[in-house]
Design a binder for this molecule. Structure first.
Ligand SMILES: NC(=O)C1=CN([C@@H]2O[C@H](COP(=O)(O)OP(=O)(O)OC[C@H]3O[C@@H](n4cnc5c(N)ncnc54)[C@H](OP(=O)(O)O)[C@@H]3O)[C@@H](O)[C@H]2O)C=CC1
Ligand SMILES: O=C1O[C@H](COP(=O)(O)O)[C@@H](O)[C@H](O)[C@H]1O
Length: 524
């Protein structure tokens, strides 16, 4: 389809109705006072993402009137040195962002803490009481674990043993813990982590982040599917040929070889973001726009995933690893030449998986899930491919196959929804042409409303709204689906033979194209 054929038939003409169903739209008075406790406060995530996100929320008056922040890590700072450090990394003021840096840093404290030293948690507990008294945070505590995942068990255990995990109830003097993925390495380790967390925290206190769920267009999936009547009757095996969910990246492993060598693409992208996208496309309509209701229906999708047929081995799975190539006209090394990667590494950086959902709605419809690093372009999208018309009355005149309708939900870089339709070409001839109806989230009017993912995440934690966070039963179901696949890949004797090299800057291994008929060129 060419640009000329693309017509913006309903480009942002929608009436903007901000009905109060989005969490960010809830009123200020629902934000409970709270102290944010950031573990790993000296680290990269805290510095680059969390403190700036808190500052943006503060500047926009999206934090409660009564809040405080305390950073904790092993590195020694006193309060004022830490405040200076944070002040330096805050964004410079602009017309849209007034200078409130001094007010913000006055809310910050710091406590040096060794993660496995119980006495340090007792000291932290005293500091929290004093912050509570100074800032009126009413005993509410949010613990953000911005530390490497191997520290999750020890920190949550220490919080429990020092009494900091205890809460009066879920609305008063509450205590919440926020974690980044990975939630385990496979099913057994995920269950082990869950047991440790649940020793001191109940499920409603645990916020497991998936940053894809904080993306605007990902959240829009729920609205799009369940606030319109016209798509739902078609959203099933009777009208849909297949669904494809792709996340192509141009980035390589960067400086994360230590982690990525152990993870590979299936743990890094499938056991979280790709599975969340799958559940949002495939779920039944929840009865209420409420966290447990939505998460119940997502979990049902994971429960219905057809177990991967291990005997078929690589019939439904293609693995790849990038070799040297070019990205944006610059030569880049192959994965095995990257710093920290073993020269004979068999870690996949690309995977293409065909999955099925065994339920009434989706029986027989393939879900193609694909993600890779160092591909040609950054592109994350979901394609809903509708079936062909049952009979073409034009075939005997035009001799052509009619393209079937396709709905594209673009997530990155363009946040768009495109629906292709067949229409008559203008003029005397009787030719068909494909046009696209396009809704563009990047339109200027929409842009100012897009929040950074971490602002959204922090806001929802504060609200106690878990809709955009993983629940343990879903984590478990996804690991139960993917662990046998990982074991099959990682234990087979001919592993090297099934890892297909692809040049960086291409669309992945040609084996995908061979098996799935130009899948990548056509669908990514
Ligand atoms: N950085 C990012 O952009 C993103 C990070 N994440 C996740 O967030 C979490 C934190 O990431 P990031 O900030 O990059 O991590 P860092 O490596 O920067 O670690 C954070 C802090 O943890 C402490 N720390 C690091 N390694 C150890 C160790 N082996 N033992 C004890 N303490 C240690 C250090 O503080 P000190 O020595 O002072 O105690 C460090 O400053 C991870 O789970 C990561 O996967 C997720 C998305 C993006
Ligand atoms: O979680 C991760 O996601 C990023 C991709 O995120 P995106 O928002 O840029 O699409 C990926 O690069 C990284 O390997 C993975 O850990």
């Amino acid at each position: 389809m060419t640009d000329q054929e693309t017509q913006n038939l309903f480009m942002n003409t929608a009436v903007q109705t901000d009905f109060p169903s989005g969490q960010l739209l809830r009123s200020q008075d629902r934000l409970a006072p709270c102290v944010f406790v950031v573990f790993g406060a000296s680290g990269d995530l805290a510095t680059r993402k969390l403190f700036p996100a808190l500052y943006h929320l503060f500047s926009a008056d999206h934090l409660p009137d009564h809040f405080g922040i305390i950073g904790c890590s092993r590195t020694t700072f006193d309060d004022s040195a830490f405040q200076d450090r944070i002040r330096r990394i805050l964004p410079t003021p602009t017309d849209e962002l007034p200078d409130r840096r001094d007010d913000f840093v006055r809310k910050i404290r710091y406590q040096t803490l060794v993660y496995d030293n119980l006495q340090d948690y007792d000291s932290l507990s005293h500091r929290l009481e004093s912050i509570n008294a100074s800032f009126g945070t009413q005993g509410n505590r949010l613990f953000y674990l911005a530390v490497p995942p191997q520290l999750y068990p020890v920190i949550s255990t220490m919080l429990g043993r020092s009494g900091l995990a205890r809460e009066k109830d879920r609305h008063h003097e509450w205590s919440r813990i926020v974690l980044e993925k990975p939630f385990g390495h496979d099913l057994p380790s995920a269950l082990e982590l869950s047991d440790v967390l649940h020793e001191h925290f109940s499920e409603h206190q645990i916020f497991r982040i998936d940053h894809y769920l904080a993306k605007e267009t990902v959240q829009n999936l729920l609205m799009f599917r369940f606030a319109n009547t016209i798509f739902e009757p078609l959203w099933n095996r009777n009208y849909i040929e297949y669904v494809s969910i792709s996340a192509a990246e141009t980035l390589g492993v960067e400086k994360r070889a230590g982690y990525y060598e152990q993870a590979g693409v299936i743990r890094d992208m499938f056991q979280n973001h790709m599975m969340q996208l799958l559940s949002l496309v495939a779920m039944e309509a929840p009865s209420r726009f409420q966290d447990e209701s939505v998460r119940d229906d997502k979990t049902k999708v994971f429960n219905s995933l057809r177990p991967f047929e291990l005997q078929g081995r690589f019939r439904d799975l293609v693995l790849g690893q990038y070799g040297p190539g070019n990205i944006d006209h610059h030569a880049v090394p192959g994965y095995r030449q990257e710093e920290g990667v073993a020269p004979d590494s068999l870690t996949p950086t690309f995977a293409f998986l065909r999955s099925y959902i065994d339920n009434w709605r989706w029986q027989g419809v393939p879900f193609y899930i694909c993600s890779g690093k160092r591909l040609s372009r950054k592109l994350t999208r979901i394609v809903i491919q509708f079936k062909d018309v049952p009979h073409s009355m034009f075939r005997h005149i035009l001799g052509e196959k009619i393209s079937s309708n396709r709905l594209i939900l673009g997530i990155q870089p363009d946040e768009v929804i495109n629906l292709t339709l067949q229409t008559k070409s203008p003029g005397m001839s009787s030719f068909l042409r494909t046009v696209t109806m396009r809704f563009d989230y990047n339109h200027e009017a929409e842009k100012s409303r897009l929040k950074d993912a971490y602002e959204k995440v922090l806001m929802d934690c504060l609200l106690g709204d878990q809709m955009l966070f993983w629940r343990q039963d879903a984590v478990k179901r996804c690991w139960a689906y993917l662990t046998p696949i990982l074991e099959m890949c990682e234990s087979c004797g001919d592993r090297a033979q099934h890892l297909h090299l692809y040049p960086a800057g291409t669309w992945g291994p040609k084996e995908v194209e061979a098996t799935y008929e130009n899948y990548l060129q056509d669908h990514i």
